[in-house]
Design a protein around this ligand. Structure first.
Ligand code: ZN
Ligand code: ZN
Ligand code: ZN
Length: 372
């Protein structure tokens, strides 16, 4: 752990009256300790006391990996426990009884651990570590932005292959199979999701894939993402069409494209999260599809933060009055979804800077035409 980060954590813990922070495997541990530990039944936990040095508790059989973490390589203490020891007693010992305050547990800690911790720490109040960590994690460093840029370039290279994969007569699942392989070939270590939503399936934003056969005239929403070796995630949506789309679809898509690009340009460190979402909706409102304003078909928030998780803070949604800050990285992904007929979505990853948005994507956002 870098000293600067530890200092900031200690300060935040002091301000929030937190006696110790306990972080089990997940994105928080990866962020703080550079340790991508597997979430196994044996306890691995980073304990950060309010004062003093943090320590990483790890099962003896995983000592090797724990000692390879950035935390350990920077001199952080690794405490291993053998098969017959109780790691929670080691943990309670590290926290100690002589300091007041709550225990901050990572937001995704398993319930059985949260409860066991409560027991060994004598019913001390527990709070979510996210209240401290999310503030730090959502403001990316220059290095993190570089890693997100690499992820964006990798997933764009997969989108560039889509026209060579999709054709009329192929099923969504066949397309997804090829895309999954291409995501790995592009340098990801894992595939997080592959959405291939053709024709009426496009009306479901969370459709994954099906055995539906793609045919001429179908719009296809393709939303894909993976994990890079750095742990940082990619996420990019483009909409394709085989042959010629219906005229009313093209017209609506042009409005969506304008709303997406205008919303990216609207991003600044003086705007709230919800205002970016509202901006896109206002632009879509004046266009009508089947007698209804286009924004009525835009049924999800405009964006989510991205980093070591595909979805993390900040969430750009109505009701979130937080102001955007330089370093925040998030998606701008408006769409429209017409039940029984089709859907469309355009998604870029952008970073808020003092000079507005920096778009990490360069690939065309136009409706991508695939020859019939
Ligand atoms: Zn203090
Ligand atoms: Zn997204
Ligand atoms: Zn996406």
């Amino acid at each position: 752990m870098e000293l600067e980060l530890l200092t900031r954590l200690h300060q935040a813990m002091h301000d929030d009256d937190v006696a110790a922070m306990v972080i089990t495997p997940g994105a928080d541990l990866q962020y703080i300790a550079g340790y991508d530990a597997k979430p196994l039944e044996r306890l691995t936990a980073l304990v950060i006391p309010h004062t003093g040095s943090p320590a990483l508790i790890a099962p003896a059989l995983e000592a090797g990996e724990a000692r390879e973490s950035t935390f350990a390589r920077n001199g952080g203490e690794v405490i291993t426990w053998s098969e017959t020891e109780d790691p929670f007693l080691i943990l309670a010992d590290l926290v100690g009884d002589d300091v007041s305050g709550a225990i901050a547990v990572d937001d995704h800690m398993w319930a059985q651990r949260v409860l066991r911790l409560r027991q060994v720490l004598h019913e001390r109040p527990q709070v979510l570590a996210g209240s401290i960590l999310n503030d730090l994690r959502q403001k990316k460093t220059a290095r993190e932005i570089e890693l997100l840029q690499e992820a964006a370039a990798a997933i764009e290279s997969v989108h560039r292959l889509v026209p060579t994969i999709v054709r009329s007569g192929i099923t969504e699942s066949e397309v997804a199979h090829h895309i999954g392989a291409a995501i790995i070939d592009a340098g990801h270590t894992g595939v997080d999701f592959v959405i291939v939503a053709s024709g009426p399936n496009g009306a479901n934003p969370h459709h994954s894939v099906s055995e539906r056969v793609i045919s001429i005239g179908d719009p296809i929403v393709i939303d894909i993402g993976g994990t890079m070796p750095s742990g940082y995630r990619s996420d990019c949506t483009r909409t394709y069409v085989v042959g010629e789309p219906a005229a009313e679809y093209s017209a609506a898509f042009e409005v969506l494209l304008n709303a997406q690009q205008s919303s990216v340009a609207f991003v600044s460190d003086e705007r709230t999260c919800e205002s970016v979402d509202a901006h896109a909706r206002a632009l879509m409102h004046d266009h009508h599809l089947d007698g209804r304003p286009l924004d009525e078909y835009f049924i999800h928030r405009i964006g989510h933060g991205i980093g070591l998780e595909s979805h993390e803070e900040p969430y750009l949604v109505q009701g979130n009055t937080d102001v955007l800050q330089p370093g925040m990285a998030f998606s701008i992904e408006p769409g429209f979804y017409v039940p029984g007929r089709y859907g469309a979505r355009i998604e870029d990853i952008v970073v808020c800077t003092e000079e507005g948005a920096r778009n990490l994507n360069t690939l065309s956002r136009d409706l991508m035409r695939i020859p019939a």
